[in-house]
Design a protein around this ligand. Sequence first.
Ligand SMILES: NC(=O)c1ccc[n+]([C@@H]2O[C@H](COP(=O)([O-])OP(=O)(O)OC[C@H]3O[C@@H](n4cnc5c(N)ncnc54)[C@H](OP(=O)(O)O)[C@@H]3O)[C@@H](O)[C@H]2O)c1
Length: 331
Amino acid sequence: MSHSALAYRAHEDDDRKVSSKFEQITVESPEAGEVLVKVAYSSVNYKDALATTGAGRIIRGFPRIAGIDLAGTVVESADDRYAAGDEVVLTGYSHGESLDGGYTQLAKVGAEYLVPLPEGLSLLEAMSIGTAGFTAALSVHRLQQIGVSPESGTILVTGATGGVGSVAIDILSKLGYQVAAFTGKIEQSDYLKSLGASEIVNRHELELGTRPLEKGLWGGAIDTVGDETLGWLTRTVNPWGAIASCGLAGGIKLNTTVMPFIIRGVSLLGIDSVLCPMEIRQQIWQRIATDLKPVHLDEITSVVPFDQLPDQFGQFLDGSIKGRIVVKIGD
Ligand SMILES: NC(=O)c1ccc[n+]([C@@H]2O[C@H](COP(=O)([O-])OP(=O)(O)OC[C@H]3O[C@@H](n4cnc5c(N)ncnc54)[C@H](OP(=O)(O)O)[C@@H]3O)[C@@H](O)[C@H]2O)c1
């Protein structure tokens, strides 16, 4: 059976220039192993802004339905694990990149990529969290696993006003950590404090230093910025602290020495939400619905209608974004 759906698709022209537009598409019924999902919400992440505008070469294969995450309800299933009416969440696995993503009224996806919506979360909450919030929760989980506790010292969150940063501050402060917010938007200090930050670090006024080891300042960090900021973090995390490295908003380089690792026992934890194994993924979503559930999602999230999606990307590209943008797609 064929279904018609409105989707936001990326195209590439003969000069490899990428542009995206709304289109009416035809979606066939699912084949073995696939599930048809009526999308209720998707969200906008930094990667979506790069992908849909072509500012970053994220998409492999055109035309491509963009949107790296979605939450919705199964309408047809050709897989035993899901039945019509089931509520599901999808993040990562290269959806919106090399597989079609969430900016569509109907998404046909492989059942192996879906996570059943955990009890305690609504579809709207799931996308208020979305890929960015999942990444924040995974970062907190990894820091906890390696032994970073509230007694370890203040945790610094970089890119603080962004999606990952906002949710990370919220979760950490709920868990009883002292949180410092590293931001370029000092005018958003009240927002960051309302999420639970007790200290604001202005990234425009910071002296990064050059020594292999600087004064220890942080029990740990969640870093969305990379580059010189990440290098500085390795030099300023306390002995036996850890850094969850999850982003590159400031660049991809890492300039440091082995000294923080072999003299202070600092750990650098890689955070990858895209290929996070399903067992861990489900565990993280369970935690997001329970002990890691953010408490300030209403302040963090703005919900926009589907037709306003194209207006959202600029604020990610110029770094002026605050919090999370959810896209309401379904009725
Ligand atoms: N590893 C993974 O699986 C994974 C998953 C999701 C996201 N990410 C990455 O994590 C990063 C953050 O994602 P997001 O969705 O939170 O993005 P976002 O909402 O666009 O937020 C990024 C924040 O970074 C800060 N920033 C922007 N440009 C900067 C620059 N040039 N130098 C320093 N800081 C800058 C800004 O915060 P302030 O103004 O407050 O400083 C901005 O709000 C991105 O690099 C994204 O690709 C990785």
